[in-house]
Design a protein around this ligand. Sequence first.
Ligand code: AHR
Length: 522
Amino acid sequence: MSQIRKALLFIFILCMQMHFFNNNADAQQNRVVINADQELSEISKHIYGQFAEHLGRGIYGGIWVGEDSDIPNTEGYRNDVLQALRDLEVPNVRWPGGCFADEYHWKDGIGPADERPVRINTHWGMVEEDNSFGTHEFLRLMELIDAEPVIAMNVGSGTPREMARWLEYLNYDGESTLANMRRENGRDEPWGVKYIGVGNESWGCGGNMTVEFYADLYRQYATFTKEFSGHELFRVASGRYDTEYDWTEHMMQEAGDMMEGVSLHYYVIPTADWDAKGPSIDFDEDLYFAGIQRSLLMDEYVQGHSNRMDKFDPEKNVAMVVDEWGIWTDPYPGTNPGFLEQQNSLRDALIASITLDILNKHSDRVRMANIAQMINVLQAMILTDGDKMVKTPTYHVFDLYRIHHDTQLLHTHMMEINEYSYEDESIPVLSMTPSKNSDGQIGITITNKSPNTPQSVEIEIRGQQIGNLSEGRILAAEHFADINTFEDPDRLTIEEFTNYSLNGNTITLELPPMSVAALRVE
Ligand code: AHR
C-alpha cells in the first residue's frame, strides 16, 4: 500500500473515531446482549476450510510451480503462498474438484512426474492437465500448511473399485501391492485421510443423475469405502444447492445411515442471472446491496436443508458440509472465461463475514465448509501473477475469524438493530458471531453492512465478569468496490481497532461504514 494511501485510510478511520466520540448522535445506535454462560454448539474450525480445484490457475501457478521454477519455492510450492496459508491456519482443503473430481483418475497423478499421462481438463477451458500435481503433491502440501485433506472422489466417471483402491493406497499400512506402490513412490507411512467426498454435484457436472439413482449409487460406493488400518472415514454425500430440499431429504431417507455428512452448495450471484453475473470491479450500490442481500439467503437454505435432515436425524449426527460457497461474478476482463478469475473487493469480504456468521450460527449442523476457491479462482484468498502475490480482502476476513476456530457459539440477543435500506428494500445492518474459547475468552466478530452510516453498538455481556478487551482488529475501506492489486497490495488490510469503550460488562463500539471488526474480551 502506498504510504499516502495508508495515511489516508488511517486518517479516515481516525476521523470516524473522533466523529463518534464528539458527535455520537450521528451514529446509529444498536443494542446486543451476549449470554456468556449459554454455550450453544461448537464452532468447528473446519467451517473455515478452503477449496482448491484443478481449474485455471488455482493449482498450477497459484501454489504449484515445480522445483525448477524461478519463483522462490519449497519442493515446488511457492514460498509466498505457503506462508500466507500457514498464517491463515487453514484447517482443511478440499481437492481435486469440483467438477474436475468426477473426471479425475487418481492413478494418473502418481509415480514419476515425467511419466504421468497428459489428459484434457474438459470442464475448465479444455486445457492439458499434465498431472504433475497429484496425490503425493496434494498431501505434502497439507503437511506443509498443517491442514487436513478433504478428497472428493470420482463417482461420475469412476468405479467403486477405483475409489476403494485409492483409499487402500492412501491409508493401508500393511504389505499390499498398492501400499507398496505408495512406498515406491516415496511415502512409507499411510496418510490416514479421513474426509472424503463421494462424488460432487452428482445432479449436474458429476453425472446428471436423479436423486433416486444417486442415492442407490451412493450406497453402492459407500459399501466399498473401507477403513483401512483403523483409519476412520468421514464420508460426504453430494448434496444439492439453494432450495433443492427434496434431494437432501431423499438422501437422508435412503442413505443417511451410510454417510457422515451431506453437502450443500450456494453461490452468491449479484445479479441473480448466471449468464451475466455482474463485474467484480467498479460496481455501484445496486450490485453492492444485491450481493450483500443475497449472501443472507445462506441462512434460509441451511435452515431449510437442516429441517429436512431433522426428519431422519433429529440428533444431528449427520453433518451439513457447505463445501462450496462464495460470490461468483463475471470473469475478470482479459482472462480466460474457463478459468473463473475475478477480483475481490470489500463487498466480497463482507459477504464472507456475513456467510461465516450464518455458518457459525448453524454450527450444531454445519460442521465443515469450504469457500470457493483458495487461489486465483472465484472468491479467492490469494491472487498471483507470475512471482507476485496479493492477499485479498476475503483473506483478511478469514484471518479475523480465526478467533472462532474450535470455540463455543454463545447465545445472543440482538435487542435493537438498525436497518440498511436501499431503494425500497431493507436488511439488518449488523451481522455478528460471539464465541468463547477454552480459556474462557470471548471472541466477537461484527460487520457493519451500511456503506453510508457508521454504527454505534452497545454490547452487554451477561453471565461472565469481564476484565478487559485484549485485542481489537478491523478491516475497512473508503468504498465497497475497493480492491487490493499487485501494485497496491495492502490497500485493504487489517488495522488495529481502538474505537471502543468498556464500562463494567458493557462494551460500546463505533463501527465505520462497511467494516468488519474482531474483538477479544477477557
Ligand atoms: O467452484 C467451481 C465449480 O462450481 C465447481 O467445480 C462445481 O462443483 C461448481 O459447480
